[in-house]
Ligand binder design. Sequence first.
Ligand SMILES: Cc1ncc(COP(=O)(O)O)c(C=O)c1O
Length: 462
Amino acid sequence: MGDFFDELRRRDFSRLDDLGHVYLDYTGAGLYAESQVRAHSDYLCHTVLGNPHSRNPTSQAATLKVEEAREKVLAFFNADPEAYEVVFTLNASGALKLVAEAYPWEPGVQFLLTADNHNSVNGIREYAAARGAEVRYVPMGRELRVADLEAHLTCQDCNKPNLFAFPAQSNFSGVKHPLEWIETARAHGYHTLLDAAAFVPTNRLDLGRCTPDFVCLSFYKMFGFPTGVGALLARRNVLGELNRPWFSGGTVRFVSAQNPVFLPHITGRGYEDGTPNYLGIAAAAAGLDYIGEIGVERINAHVMALTAVLLERLRALAHTNGAPVVRIYGPEGMERRGGTIAFNLLDAEGELVDFRIVEQRANEASISIRTGFFCNPGAAEFAFDYHDEEAFRCISTMTAESFTLQQFSDCMGDHAVGAVRASLGIASNEADIARLCEALATFRDADASVRLTPVAELATID
Ligand SMILES: Cc1ncc(COP(=O)(O)O)c(C=O)c1O
């Protein structure tokens, strides 16, 4: 296994070592293989593609490419073409917004979501609440997992549509939430929106075995290139229950300006506003071939083996007095988790190290990690043990203009206001892990000067 991925790194990701980068932000974005880019460039240089909304030869060639890509997406996820539509979007957030704006929200409808969710899922609540639906969060328990989902799957009016949203894998803690929830939710009268953005880069999503009503993803997270293409996979029968709030070029079969009538496309095209990113979509199809040839299971085994190494090395980091250097949020072991690890460092007295100083040292060593809340405030609030009233008191003193992390931190006292995230992927190796741990080891026996102090300034928290 090691040999295969060593060779792959030499062949397709040599820029990492040539430029001295340690890349540990795969949950932020995957890295593209150099051969993917060369193949796409070659393809573009030897084809002529026009806007797919016409009928001329170059347009037909583009249409064919987009339709081939749609079939490839269905095949990659083993989705029944009779049951699922593929809608190409800008990214996972674009896919989520399509559901948010078209779901039949009204009083009596429930929007249930796990506290562990990306902000692009959290944002759906604004559409839901604005139209009178009830929004409820499922709290997180031990290891940032949900203890008892069924207790929350109640409905006000079980004859109305209800929506439950959760991530297949947390972009905060790496926790894998059970895909069995999809059937449980269905049995309780809920549609399910599965956020697969952080899951599909290293796990097989088999839509023949689990059948969420909606799935969102971004292709750059799976294989780095292209950016700007994502997908919504939606079950046809549920798509028919949605109400798009508008139409646009590309989504309609007929529109009259004289009369207030329009006939939408009844396929996924009815959700693709304007000209699709047909060149990007072609590259996304090639990206699926690329990771398909390597094998998602093989990528998973590689990433899981490295995750075990990283977890062990993080747990082993200790101060001279024996106190741990690292506090991990979420599972410390390998069970039901992916290759994303969130943590904070502690000084020798067990006080939190300022995550911005950790980031600074990582940056100086050309190590790319992520810090902050990772756009997942719910997981962060449970990880950092916030009391909602206290946090509300702190946040309500600030406005969008006046907010600073420092002010929030000062108000929150001893609570963390951000963490560090390392995430592994296809091109990761043990040398990357060693370089990260070397940088973290510089905090061994650190004194109080690395604690969160009211001096540094950072304008955002995300
Ligand atoms: C779990 C999860 N969902 C959704 C998103 C949003 O993806 P995008 O920014 O590509 O729309 C992300 C991005 O980090 C994510 O990790």
